[in-house]
Design a protein around this ligand. Structure first.
Ligand SMILES: [Zn+2]
Ligand SMILES: [Zn+2]
Length: 455
């Protein structure tokens, strides 16, 4: 085996195979003393396989990072940590696990989500999934890992402190600083100040919103905006949002109760997420959803529907509603569709054609940008949040990940501005050396994308 791709006892490396230089399909490897630890194993949607661009490729494929590098040395992989249950972090596990056969460590909510995916792939009970509580520590091979609570747009997001004799990393995964996340607790600065006392070498950090100034909107601030908008509507109200945002679902059901509407959900992923939240004791009993089969028979002004499909994806509930082929109801003039979401870059054309269809139906459409009060909040840190975290953690090295080039560069300049000495900006396939000294060895490992086929 090549020495150049085997970390020694003096080395601590980060090797991203996916998610660095792009948003989606995160797959990170940490290397020390001949061993590897995987952090996240996600997918991305609605992309073409660029390396096959001469072949007739279609969109809407499910894509994962090519795991060949680590699959071919799986005996050196000590384990896999899944930081949270978003598809870009957990989505590929059930499809790729057979190539690693390693233990998995994650929180209770993500384990619920993951186990359903494993069951669909005939793997339930065959994969060792260890449930880790936030705030605890575990030794995984040559890596000592501590799970640190954070806030994001899904239950139980966790950052990691990964310690080896060669060095220590604070791996943020996806986060924002939300004092009122609706589900779970807000953040406490002391948590991160205490991490900062541990002499952290590198902070590997979410860059998604590094080009946005100020602070992100709190999830807790949305109830008012959604209430004001929904109470003005006369017909049925359909709200499209990301199914995994359990807090948003709960806020919408509370708003429905306040304005005297029955709430239902359309879309399997929404039903799934509510099931996972119930099983993880994160769903208050009083928040009821009525069966979707009933909703077509209720007076229009008493109906609020939460639907999947905010990105215009075919086969989702909103797509079917817009094309008048959903079993539960037919949209009519005077009904309203509210996007409590943002369009993910790359999906503009699909969303545009969905909007056209809705327009033809003479449905009122509200997007997050047009609303007077906030009706959508991002789950990723804006510039002031990044500064606060760098000041608390005080790393010597900043390694921006989870973003395209412009996001990584913006994150690096924020790190520089608040006094982080080294900023390492690179992409998938680069080896980021954290110890013994900072540096990037560019394009050492071949990376790529693979298509995932559902069973
Ligand atoms: Zn993510
Ligand atoms: Zn996320």
């Amino acid at each position: 085996m090549s020495e150049a791709t085997t970390p020694t006892i003096h080395d601590l490396w980060l090797l991203p195979l996916g998610g660095c230089g792009e948003i989606g399909m995160n797959l990170n490897l940490y290397g020390h003393n001949g061993r590897w630890l995987m952090v996240d194993c996600g997918v991305t949607f609605n992309k073409t396989l660029q390396q096959n661009s001469d072949v007739n490729t279609t969109k809407h494929q499910i894509i994962a990072a090519d795991p060949q590098f680590i699959a071919s040395r799986k005996q050196l992989l000590d384990g896999m940590i899944i930081t949270h249950a978003h598809e870009d972090h957990v989505g590929a596990v059930a499809f790729l696990w057979r190539r690693f056969k390693c233990p998995i460590y994650t929180n209770a909510f993500t384990a619920e989500v993951l186990n359903r995916k494993l069951a669909e792939n005939g793997l339930l009970g065959r994969v060792p999934v260890h449930v880790i509580s936030t705030g605890t520590s575990k030794t995984i091979g040559v890596f000592d890992v501590e799970w640190i609570p954070l806030t994001h747009s899904i239950p139980e997001p966790q950052a990691l402190v990964i310690k080896t004799p060669a060095g220590k990393v604070f791996h943020t995964a996806d986060w924002k600083l939300d004092a009122h996340p609706v589900v779970g607790n807000g953040y406490r600065p002391e948590t991160y100040q205490n991490v900062g006392l541990q002499n952290i070498d590198a902070m590997v950090c979410d860059s998604t919103n590094a080009t946005e100034d100020g602070w992100s909107t709190s999830e807790g601030a949305l109830e008012d905006g959604l209430f004001q908008l929904i109470k003005q509507q006369k017909g049925r109200v359909i709200v499209a949002c990301f199914g995994s945002n359990v807090a948003r679902l709960q806020t919408l059901i509370r708003v429905a109760n306040k304005v005297g509407r029955y709430c239902t959900v359309l879309g399997r992923s929404l039903e799934n997420m509510i099931g996972c939240a119930r099983n993880s004791n994160m769903w208050p009993d009083e928040l009821e959803v009525v069966p979707s089969a009933h909703i077509g028979y209720l007076p229009k002004e008493e109906v609020l529907v939460i639907a999947t499909g905010s990105q215009g994806e075919p086969k989702t509930a909103l797509h079917r509603l817009a094309h008048q082929n959903h079993f539960a109801l037919d949209l009519e003039e005077g009904d309203s569709v509210i996007f409590s979401s943002r369009t993910i870059p790359g999906n503009e054309a699909e969303v545009e054609s969905l909007l056209k269809k809705l327009e033809q139906l003479k449905v009122n459409v509200f997007q997050a940008n047009d609303a007077e009060l906030p009706i959508h909040a991002s789950g990723h840190p804006h510039q002031e949040e990044l500064k606060a975290m760098y000041r608390w953690i005080k790393p010597r090295i900043a390694i921006p990940v989870h973003g395209e080039d412009k996001h990584l560069t913006a994150n690096a300049s924020i790190a520089r501005e608040v006094g982080v000495k080294h900023q390492l900006v690179g992409k998938n396939g680069d080896i980021f050396q954290i110890a013994p000294y900072p540096g990037v060895r560019r394009q050492v490992i071949e990376t790529g994308m693979i298509e995932i086929k559902r069973p």
